[in-house]
Design a protein. Structure first.
Length: 462
């Protein structure tokens, strides 16, 4: 055991305290009881045991004993002098960094009296930035205002070490930390005093570092801090418009989406005042948001997009496709009423077995005949699904009931193969020819017997 520590423990024993010291925090507790013991310890090896004083001060702060903490802080003064700082700043910093824990404790416990007393010793730029981040994370408004009054550069980048949610390899600005604190007052304070909303995070990976795409306003959108997002939207330049546009739509934030679009339009009009507002948002931006608004059932977003932007042919086809896939036949009916035109989206409808979608498409004039004579007709696909109502509608529209594909396949063969006796009966009643053969030379009766479709065989033989 070190001779200095032995002497301290001897003094502790002579003063009637327990001589069994388990750790440095226990010794710091002894200093709180009898601060004169620090003087004895300081006469020996200050550099080695100064952390004990730091622990004692922190313990006083945590116990709300400000007077005791300030008395202990006075013990630091002889060892951190202004003369030494001028002659050897690095050495002073080396000694003084042991007391950063005191700053942090004062910030966390919002003890401005202790904090101000510690600031009298001076801080390096790096220490100032670290403590600023600590103040933001712990939402200590008074400390933030103190550093702002000292004209600190708020656009510094600091390794994310005070926030448990941050990756250790991310460099964040003060505004990034402010957004993570979810405190609108802090964000306003930073923006109003020069923090740039365009400052992005820096990712450090291996031997390289680069700016990633997470701007402050995009971080708000991802974390769904809508109050802070709206404030940044009103008080900063907008980047990543397309991604913000899509994320707001997915979250159903139609009011914020309108405000974002208005700001985006005004920005473009500054360059070209004669631009058509409905054409500012391009189809490649509209398509994913239309899809996500339908998928997540954000219909207010869907109708806003529909009414305020040009829906060109590419966007129109994508919307019809998504509506078919999602089986939103009532919305599809409204859309096709507003935007009539040639439709060829039966494959999506049939794949998802949507009778209502197919009926809606036919109602609005979808092309029902095969694009080539060698292809199977829509009636063949309908027969596979056993949609008798749709089959009846198709026959009424003039589709050929006995059309054969290049494999000789007919609608009646599709119904027999899939065992749909009701569809077989319907097709037979409407003139289906059972004598036709497929590419293997088999008739529908032979196919039914091969698959042992007893009830269908009776219909065909009757």
């Amino acid at each position: 055991m070190d001779i200095t520590l032995l002497k301290v423990l001897t003094i502790v024993g002579q003063n009637g305290y327990k001589t069994e010291v388990k750790n440095s925090r226990h010794i710091s507790g002894i200093f709180l009881k009898d601060e004169d013991l620090w003087t004895t310890l300081a006469n020996y090896q200050y550099n080695k045991y100064s952390s004990l004083l730091s622990l004692a001060i922190c313990k006083a702060i945590e116990s709300k004993d400000t007077a005791k903490a300030i008395k202990l802080i006075r013990r630091i003064a002889p060892f951190v002098s202004k003369d030494e700082e001028k002659n050897n700043p690095n050495k002073t910093f080396y000694k003084f960094k042991r007391y950063m824990s005191v700053f942090i404790s004062a910030i966390k416990n919002k003890n401005m009296e202790v904090f101000n007393r510690m600031c009298n010793f001076g801080l390096t730029e790096k220490q100032t930035h670290s403590l600023m981040v600590c103040a933001i994370v712990n939402e200590s408004i008074l400390v933030i205002k103190y550093f702002i009054s000292k004209n600190i550069d708020l656009n510094f980048h600091m390794l994310a070490e005070f926030s448990e949610t941050c990756s250790a390899k991310m460099m964040k600005s003060s505004l990034n930390f402010g957004i993570e604190s979810k405190n609108l007052e802090i964000v306003k304070l930073l923006i109003e005093n020069g923090a740039r909303s365009s400052v992005q995070e820096i990712t450090i990976r291996y031997d390289s570092c680069y700016y990633n795409s997470l701007s402050p306003i995009l971080i708000c959108c991802i974390s769904k801090d809508w109050d802070i997002f709206e404030y940044l939207l009103d008080n900063s330049n907008i980047v990543h418009f397309e991604e913000l546009f899509d994320r707001l739509g997915v979250n159903g934030k139609v009011d914020l989406l309108k405000k974002l679009v208005k700001k985006h339009i005004n920005k473009i009009k500054e360059v070209n005042p004669y631009v058509n507002e409905r054409e500012i948002v391009q189809s490649n931006t509209l398509i994913p948001l239309f899809g996500s608004s339908l998928y997540f059932n954000k219909m207010e977003i869907y109708y806003y997009l529909l009414e305020n932007f040009n829906i060109d042919l590419e966007v129109r086809y994508k919307i019809i496709r998504d509506l078919c896939i999602l089986n939103k036949y009532d919305i599809l009916d409204q859309f096709l009423t507003k935007y009539p035109g040639e439709i060829t989206y039966f494959s999506y409808a049939c794949e998802h077995e949507s009778e209502e979608i197919i009926a809606c498409l036919i109602k609005h004039g979808a092309y029902i005949h095969p694009l080539h004579e060698s292809n199977p007709t829509l009636l063949t696909k309908i027969a596979e699904r056993n949609f008798i109502g749709i089959a009846q509608l198709l026959l009424h529209k003039g589709i050929k009931i006995n059309h054969q594909s290049n494999r000789g396949w007919t609608a009646l063969m599709a119904a027999v193969t899939n065992g749909h006796k009701e569809m077989v009966q319907f097709l037979m009643d409407n003139g289906a020819d059972q004598s036709l053969k497929n590419e293997h030379g088999r008739t529908v009766l032979e196919m039914a017997k091969y698959r042992n479709r007893v009830e269908i065989i009776k219909i065909l033989e009757s």
